[in-house]
Design a binder for this molecule. Structure first.
Ligand SMILES: [Zn+2]
Length: 507
């Protein structure tokens, strides 16, 4: 008899609830709605799925990736005032008096479901958990994340379950920066992160999260354009993610499953455009690399209609059920083509399959009488933005709430109808043709059209981010994410913030 699909859900994680800002995008309903949706869809029925019991991770387990001091700090936060104070030198973090318990359960749940997979009790699985983890490392919780659940699960498998090689695949909209910091010196763990970059004008504003990782165990696919589709993401998988994983041969894959790159999640038209079934296909492809031992853990995803639909499709993919078809496009988006060429140049020395592909692409350019692709033409706009963030953190004057504008009723209606529309167009199928080599090579032709698309697609949101920074520095707007003019002014007045040079314009 085949093994059941595994999942974890535990209401103790609902207790992590911000007491001083009721508009937080990362909120308890995220896991409650996902759990309800999966039940409604019959995906957790007893004949096909088994619930793995969550538990609180012990100090020793959390200390696989974090110092005891972090646990002690979070434990001491027993009222809202202390919580908010604690977050004033953290990047986009809120906490409450129940945070430690919920965060221990999220990490313990990950350990238990990983264990169930390695011990052959389940066939793939999904940990419906929060707080998320992929921005946290060492003593630095941030970006809604307390303990890095995916890394703790990976390190637990390596230390206690006899596993030698783990891959973490992070397709959350945001860079898996905490995961990177946690694993960059550990060659037992291969990390893939596909994330918004916008030439460094997007958080975390560092060159590190561009494609040049200088590390064969880390694959970054920085997205400079908005609205890459599910077909673009599958292109990323076929061109670079799957060849690397086939060579690495992981015994366990942990998916950092954030759904905020979903089509019309709260970033709207400047975000990414992955329709829900794209997550199903990505999960299905990963489960083919590592059958039975592919475990998804929830990270971001903030618009209910998007994240519930996406989670449902992800689970369908992990369960090997029919998925809506995705047409294989002749070309990928221009900005992505540019990134993939750079990734291929950068990783070719470590991955023979990628070197062969790159050689064929170079040959294809010649045959088509097109100019050579010139690698490493990097644009980077993050330095000044990083500096201003670092100053807020250093001086403990980070804005602790209301980082994002709320979605209006009108926007919500529009986003729901956009998602409903594509759902109504699903064509379910059990067969998914794989692209052949010619089709894959043709997707990356670097001609004038693709080159101009790369520019046009990356310009609007990158420019908007720079414009916002300039407006803040010029005093035209009062705040920008964790930066707040009033908090800076108060700090200068009371002497805790040194008088220092004026922030510069990027241009
Ligand atoms: Zn995210």
């Amino acid at each position: 008899m085949s093994r059941p699909f595994g999942y974890v859900y535990d209401p103790r994680m609902l207790l992590h609830d911000c007491g001083y800002d009721k508009t937080m995008a990362e909120n308890p309903q995220r896991i409650r709605l996902i759990h309800e949706r999966l039940q409604q869809d019959g995906l957790l029925n007893a004949e096909k799925a088994i619930k793995i019991e969550a538990r609180e991770a012990s100090d020793e387990e959390l200390m696989l990736n974090h110092p005891k001091a972090l646990i002690d700090e979070i434990a001491a936060l027993n009222n809202d005032k202390l919580c908010e104070e604690y977050c004033k030198d953290k990047e986009i973090l809120w906490t409450c008096e129940n945070t430690l318990e919920a965060a221990r359960v999220a990490s313990g749940a990950t350990i238990e479901i990983v264990k169930a997979a390695i011990e052959n009790r389940i066939d793939n699985g999904f940990a419906i958990i929060r707080p998320p983890g992929h921005h946290s490392y060492g003593k630095t919780p941030r970006g809604y994340c307390i303990f890095n659940n995916a890394v703790i699960g990976a390190k637990y498998a390596l230390e206690y379950l006899g596993i030698k090689k783990v891959a973490i695949v992070d397709f959350d909209y945001h860079a898996g920066n905490g995961t990177y910091e946690s694993v960059k010196n550990d060659n037992r763990i291969h990390l893939t992160s596909i994330h918004a970059h916008h030439h460094g004008a997007f958080w975390p504003f560092t060159r590190e999260f561009d494609y040049a990782t200088c590390n064969p165990h880390t694959l970054f696919v920085p997205l400079n354009g908005s609205m890459n589709t599910e077909a673009d993401y599958l292109g990323i998988f076929h061109h670079v993610v799957l060849p690397q994983l086939r060579q690495i041969k992981p015994e366990l894959i942990i998916i950092s499953a954030g759904f905020d790159a979903g089509y019309f999640d709260i970033m709207g038209p400047v975000g990414q455009g992955v329709k829900a079934h794209g997550y199903g296909h990505m999960a299905r492809l990963l489960a083919e690399v590592c059958p039975g031992k592919t475990i998804a853990v929830l990270e971001g995803g903030y618009f209910p209609k998007n994240y519930t639909e996406s989670a449902s499709m992800l689970v369908r993919g992990l369960q090997g059920l029919e998925l809506p078809r995705i047409e294989f496009p002749k070309r990928l988006s221009g900005a992505l083509v540019e990134t993939l060429w750079n990734v291929l140049y950068h990783h070719q020395e470590w991955y023979p399959e990628l070197k062969t592909k790159l050689d064929k692409l170079i040959e294809q350019q010649k045959v088509l009488k097109l100019k050579e692709f010139v690698p490493d033409q990097i644009l980077f706009f993050g330095d000044r933005m990083r500096k201003i963030y670092d100053d807020m953190i250093k001086h403990g004057i980070c804005r602790t709430k209301e980082w994002f504008p709320e979605v209006s009723a009108e926007q919500e209606k529009d986003m729901n109808s956009k998602i409903d529309k594509y759902i109504s167009e699903y064509k379910f199928s059990a067969n998914h043709d794989l692209p052949n080599e010619q089709q894959l090579l043709a997707q990356l032709v670097w001609d004038e059209q693709t080159r101009s698309d790369a520019f046009i697609q990356s310009a609007p949101f990158t420019t908007a981010l720079i414009t916002e920074y300039n407006a803040f520095v010029d005093g035209k707007i009062d705040n920008m994410m964790i930066c707040d003019r009033e908090l800076v002014r108060n700090a200068v007045q009371n002497g805790s913030f040194d008088k220092h040079e004026k922030y510069e314009h990027p241009f």
